[in-house]
Design a protein around this ligand. Sequence first.
Ligand SMILES: NC(=O)c1ccc[n+]([C@@H]2O[C@H](COP(=O)([O-])OP(=O)(O)OC[C@H]3O[C@@H](n4cnc5c(N)ncnc54)[C@H](O)[C@@H]3O)[C@@H](O)[C@H]2O)c1
Ligand SMILES: O=C(O)C(=O)C[C@@H](O)[C@H](O)[C@H](O)COP(=O)(O)O
Ligand SMILES: [Zn+2]
Length: 371
Amino acid sequence: MSSPAAPPTTLHVGGAAPYDVVVGHGVADRLVGLLGEQPRQVAVVLPETLRALAAPVLEALRGTYRVTELVVPDGEAAKTAASAAGCWEQLGAAGFTRSDAVVTFGGGATTDLGGFVAATWLRGVRVVHVPTTLLAMVDAAVGGKTGVNTAAGKNLVGSFHEPAGVLCDLSLLATLPRADLVAGLGEVVKCGFIADPRILELVEGTDPDALTAGSPVLRELVERSVRVKVDVVVADLRETGGAGGHPGREALNYGHTMGHAIERAEGYTMRHGEAVAIGCVFVAELARRAGRLDDATADRHRSAFARVGLPVSYAGADYDTLRAAMAVDKKSRGDQLRFVVLEEVGRPVVLAGPDEEHLRGAYETMAGARP
Ligand SMILES: NC(=O)c1ccc[n+]([C@@H]2O[C@H](COP(=O)([O-])OP(=O)(O)OC[C@H]3O[C@@H](n4cnc5c(N)ncnc54)[C@H](O)[C@@H]3O)[C@@H](O)[C@H]2O)c1
Ligand SMILES: O=C(O)C(=O)C[C@@H](O)[C@H](O)[C@H](O)COP(=O)(O)O
Ligand SMILES: [Zn+2]
């Protein structure tokens, strides 16, 4: 365990384009050092709502580089082809070259869009993420998935583009609304179920109200979740599959098949981490019905997510609507739905083409219609 004064932790991400994820208080101050002397100019992707929070970062950058602010809509509204096109226009007007760099400052929606802009401008320029939500620190800013939504569904256009560095400055979480911090815990608890049972013990053994920006337990949860993500991504960056029955990168998609369907049904007004929590409870029930998961572990999903204040049921859309939305999930192959399910905590596997009765039954339990 560590206090806010504890030195930063560096988690190295190996592979063809290695980089570090730095976790600690005040680490955003490292941005200029990380970008180095090569860029002449830096484009900072951020929502208008975070400009005050970003002021010290912008000021530090202006001391060294020509800075263009790419101000994008707040939250999920930023993840559109139109937002990306607006950024491309501004980069063109600024004469942004391959030696220049993009910085993202915001939650996962901002890092997803900004990462996509960096991936596509001149077929790829350097990007450094400064995530400002718990969810973006533990998940979105790490691993190189970038993208935008289309009318057909979530994250349907994007690319893999690894950052040159990720600075998780825990002090930035001080202003994050409680509901957004709790949403980030959705991905944290997901990491506990797919790979690190200690995360579940920490969540189950801590007063959720004590999980604040300066909390040592929150920091341990961040570091453990980043470690889970890094280990999976290093083994299977492009989601081509794992070895020995492990789903590879698809494991990180645990709970997302239903989670993304719910987000779409709600017009992207529900927080991603909330939808993921419901999706994990749904898929645990599916696995239980399919005879893959024991009752106690399925029930533990409901209790662990509920403990931190996340929703665990959803009846806002009917089964057929959600079933149709799940069909466009990236894990689908032809007409076949594929889910990541658990056989036990820490043992994810792929369940392809589940029994339609099990699916409908799991939906009815999720909707509260059937125990
Ligand atoms: N690329 C990936 O691997 C990956 C992983 C997980 C999630 N995601 C994506 O991330 C998105 C969700 O990210 P999110 O939960 O961070 O939501 P978000 O980016 O929509 O941010 C949530 C809200 O918090 C505000 N905010 C951000 N930082 C703040 C701060 N420090 N103080 C005050 N307000 C702050 C934002 O302005 C916004 O209103 C989804 O689009 C999801 O698909 C991507
Ligand atoms: O990094 C991954 O891989 C993930 O699946 C992490 C998820 O938490 C994240 O929401 C991701 O954006 C989902 O990706 P998608 O491929 O289902 O769009
Ligand atoms: Zn997610």
